[in-house]
Design a protein around this ligand. Structure first.
Ligand code: DAH
Length: 601
């Protein structure tokens, strides 16, 4: 299943987190093969992004994305008369629609606005490190529907990127999705900065809910929250001057002056000042003094693996990268200080944090930040130097900027020690009553109700939509189905895209090729775990805690592959009876037969 590592909450015992170095090696090798990026001079308005290096990908791998056939009869009938209403807006429906009723029920909850909710408090803490006083517009964007263009195209995602597939992303229709990351708003936010720059703002934060079809466990939920942040500096304004000689001379003079301004900004950062032994605002001293060990063994850029953009100089990017890293480390210092006060992390052992070079289609160079947590490295955020083409499109070609995306649940879990991501959606007073603005709190488990697990074993259909059954008569794969305001409807012409080997990290704009279960189960061309997860979630809702592959084999005799998943049911609020779990489980089994075309064993 696909995992957004900034997006999903931390999961301490998973081997998901252990795949980072493999992924990094693969991407490094891929980068080494790739040619240098195309020229992206600020003045150059060509729309092309640098070519995508081959190999493993953040926010997905390289895979097939089959489009529904737009000309089919069912497409035309789906187009007729149906529409969905999300956040009070109507969207015409077509065969791409795959949003279940259960997901729609989460739209509009706006947990980040609910006073004393841990996500609200975490948002506030992040905003305090990137505040309006410091030139950041602190924004929210409640409507989760964005265009495919905003979510993928504008950011340079290739057309065949698996993150675009219906197994990973909720489609409202062919042109609209429920945003899979807050970066979907980057272009708009940068464009708005054009006006704001004159009013003294040169950055923004944005908090919103994001949606991904994903695995099921204590750190994954199909709806979670991200924060996006960015900061820009003006490099040159001389582009409008017509005489090329004059323009060059003025521009290089201006660039030097602006470099000085960047240095001044860097030297204003509390962490920079503290580390340089300068005076520091006493209110910030405690956080700055935290003995935070940010390991950063790699250079900020590398021509082969994490290149500078051609329109930037090394000196400029060293400054911007240092500003980004120190700003983010200071945010982490705030989080750790609060977690120490709440007794969640030790006061004696300095927290470990590390920077890792990575790849995003919309930044170069790019990095991830990981935190050592319960004996594993957890990714907390992805970031980088924004692709100049994005700034060109946004109308601020003369600027340079950094941007990051943070998983809010993940930070909240660090801050409060919250062990299960479903808890964030709880309306139980025993949960909500625990948190208060200005207080360092350690989450107290109010009860642990017993779990009840059920296994489901089945034969997987083959890639042509037939059940693998050797010499026996082949059966046809039932079509994938999608929810339409509660009811389920078969979609006969939509091919569920086959996941690629690297797509399990996919919806990971911030990366990760982590997987929760065996690769072959995940990558069987006609079965995708995310489809199973979606069915279980649709039927069991918040009663499901975990879905794990527990057995897999290929029968040579039968020429068929068998998988067995264990579904762990547990309510966070009451004890489930065996009868009610049996009933739910039976519905799951039946829906699997109908929608996934599997043969139950
Ligand atoms: N959108 C990425 C994600 O969902 C995170 C990210 C990476 C955001 C780099 C950014 C960025 O703004 O520059 O994982």
């Amino acid at each position: 299943m696909q995992l957004t590592r900034t997006g999903c909450a931390l999961r301490a015992t998973s081997r998901r987190w252990a795949t980072i170095s493999n992924r990094f090696l693969s991407f490094t090798a891929a980068r080494a093969q790739s040619n240098a990026a195309t020229d992206t001079n600020p003045a150059d308005t060509s729309p092309a992004y640098p070519p995508r290096p081959p190999g493993l990908y953040l926010y997905g791998g390289i895979g097939q994305f089959k489009q529904p056939n737009p000309g089919s009869e069912s497409q035309r009938s789906a187009d007729r008369g149906f529409s969905s209403t999300i956040d009070d807006k109507k969207y015409p429906k077509d065969l791409h629609y795959n949003v279940s009723k259960q997901i729609l029920e989460h739209v509009g909850r706006k947990l980040y606005l609910q006073p004393n909710h841990p996500l609200y408090l975490t948002r506030k803490l992040i905003e305090s490190a990137f505040s309006e006083d410091q030139g950041f517009n602190n924004r929210l964007e409640p409507n989760p529907v964005v265009t495919v263009k905003e979510n993928f195209d504008d950011l340079g995602f290739p057309a065949d990127h698996p993150g675009r597939s219906r197994t990973d992303t909720y489609y409202v229709n062919q042109d609209h999705v429920l945003r899979t990351h807050t970066s979907a708003h980057e272009l708009k936010l940068f464009s708005e900065l054009k006006e704001d720059l004159y009013a003294g703002s040169h950055g923004y934060t944005l908090c919103s809910d994001v949606f991904r079809r994903d695995s099921i466990d204590r750190s994954h939920y199909p709806v979670f929250h991200q924060m996006e942040g960015a900061r820009t500096w003006r490099l040159v304004t001389a582009n409008e001057i017509l005489d090329p000689n004059e323009r060059e001379a003025i521009a290089s003079h201006e660039r030097r002056l602006n470099l000085r301004a960047m240095k001044d900004d860097l030297e204003r950062l509390p962490l920079w000042r503290y580390r340089a032994g300068r005076d520091i605002d006493p209110k910030l001293h405690d956080q700055a003094a935290l003995d935070l060990k940010a390991e950063d063994p790699h250079p900020n850029f590398d021509p082969a693996t994490n290149p500078l953009q051609p329109s930037h100089t090394a000196e400029e990017i060293e400054l911007v990268a240092s500003h980004l890293k120190l700003s983010v480390e200071f945010l982490l210092a705030k989080v750790f200080r609060q977690a120490q006060r709440a007794g969640i992390i030790s006061r004696t052992e300095p927290p470990r944090v590390r920077w890792i070079p990575t790849y995003f289609p919309f930044t170069s160079p790019s990095w991830e930040l990981e935190v050592w947590w319960q004996d594993e490295w957890l990714e907390i955020l992805g970031c980088g130097i924004s692709q100049q083409q994005l700034l060109v499109k946004a109308g601020i070609p003369e600027s340079v900027g950094w941007a990051w995306g943070i998983g809010v649940e993940r930070l909240a879990m660090l801050l409060y020690g919250i062990p299960d991501i479903r808890l964030f959606w709880s309306q139980d007073r025993r949960f909500l009553g625990q948190f208060r603005e200005g207080e360092a709190t350690r989450f107290q488990e109010f009860s642990k109700y017993p779990e009840c697990y059920k296994d489901v074993a089945f034969w997987v259909p083959d890639a042509d939509g037939k059940v693998e059954n050797g010499g026996e008569e082949a059966e046809t794969l039932p079509p994938p189905t999608v929810g339409i305001e509660g009811e389920q409807r078969a979609v006969d012409s939509v091919a569920t895209p086959s996941p690629s080997p690297s797509s399990s990290g996919a919806a990971a704009p911030a990366g990760g090729h982590n997987r929760s279960s065996s690769d072959s189960a995940q990558h069987h061309p006609s079965f995708h775990e995310n489809d199973l997860a979606e069915i279980v979630r649709d039927i069991a809702g918040p009663l499901v805690e975990n879905v794990t592959l527990v057995d897999e084999f290929f029968s040579e005799k039968k020429r068929r592959r068998s998988l067995c998943y264990r579904i762990m049911y547990r309510s966070l609020e009451r004890t489930l009876t065996n009868e009610e779990v049996n009933e739910v489980h039976e519905k799951v089994r039946r829906r699997m037969e109908e929608q996934l075309g599997v043969e139950l064993r």
